[in-house]
Design a protein around this ligand. Structure first.
Ligand code: NAD
Length: 282
């Protein structure tokens, strides 16, 4: 076959937040193409678990490394470990990120019914939660890029993939910090793509839609009844394909944006959302 993902074979990928749900699935997709993996996570045991699973399944080299994406010195230490093992970094995937209940309003709207008890609205948000979400998603993408992209630029060879979210295009109700933080990732992806363009380092992002994972389960599934919440139902009604995504749906777009098949593609944010973003509801 003339066109394939074969160029990925033997490449070295650093994946932050790789011990999580999406990190695990992306690791599987990459390892299946022969990519060597350095899986970074604040929880080393999660990273090692993912590394061991893919190493055993595909016979590729994979290591789990402890790293906090909000701490530059921790990332520098991780980089030493990665370079000692693999000698280079070809690919960086900034996967660490997420939302928090503390940065989530209970109410969607301020109305006459709740205007006298504003603690469940924007005014009740805890700054600590807001800051945490913003830092994890934005700074947690910026700092690993600063640490790992330097060699790529020097070697004039590399690819970076950020993980945004479909709520970066149009903010979702209740989650102002997460929406704004992911929006900042899109802007940064575009900025950095321009900045690195002459050095043969591409920067793109994927924007997953609704995937049932630990960070959003509390919003979409009722813990007691296990039924969809009203919000969960609303999402399905507004997704032309009529379902939540499966993390596996992210693999094809990821491989495409990392491989030479997309060698003239940089600064894009690719939605993977079953059509949610382009549906007006009518
Ligand atoms: P997850 O919570 O399963 O995984 C996140 C991983 O990041 C965890 O293993 C966690 O230990 C790690 N982590 C947290 N803080 C860290 C830090 N400071 N340093 C290093 N690692 C840290 O989440 P997920 O669903 O796999 O999400 C992965 C990415 O995809 C996130 O950026 C998330 O915002 C994005 N995303 C998820 C969805 C979804 O529906 N799940 C939708 C759109 C975008």
């Amino acid at each position: 076959m003339k066109y394939s993902f074969e160029d990925l074979q033997g490449k070295v990928c650093v994946l932050t937040g790789g011990g999580g749900v999406i990190g695990g699935v992306i690791s599987d997709g990459l390892a299946g193409c022969g990519v060597k993996l350095a899986i970074l996570d604040i929880k080393k045991e999660f990273a090692e678990k993912t590394a061991n699973i893919v190493a055993e399944k595909y016979g590729v080299e994979a290591i789990g490394v402890a790293a906090n994406v909000l701490d530059k010195s921790s990332l520098e230490e991780a980089k030493k470990e990665v370079l000692a093992k693999f000698g280079k970094v070809d690919i960086l995937i900034n996967g660490a990120g997420g939302n928090s209940p503390k940065a989530t309003t209970k109410e969607e709207f301020i109305t006459d019914a709740n205007v006298n008890s504003l603690e469940d609205t924007f005014f009740g948000l805890e700054m600590e939660g807001f800051q945490k979400v913003f830092d994890l998603n934005f700074l947690g993408t910026l700092l690993p890029t600063m640490v790992f992209a330097k060699e790529m630029v020097e070697r004039k060879d590399g690819v970076i993939l950020n993980i945004s979210s479909m709520n970066s295009f149009r903010p979702l109700t209740k989650i102002p910090a997460y929406s704004a933080a992911k929006s900042s990732i899109n802007n940064f992806t575009e900025w950095l793509a321009v900045h690195f363009a002459k050095m043969n380092v591409r920067v793109n992002a994927i924007a997953p839609g609704f995937f049932l994972t630990n960070q959003n389960r509390f919003l979409l599934i009722d813990e007691k009844t296990n039924e969809l919440t009203p919000r969960g139902n609303k999402i399905i009604d507004n997704t032309p394909m009529g379902k939540f995504g499966e993390p596996e749906h992210l693999i094809g777009a990821t491989l495409y944006l990392l491989s030479d098949l997309s060698s003239f593609v940089t600064g894009t944010v690719l939605p993977i959302d079953g059509g949610f973003n382009i549906y007006s509801g009518v």
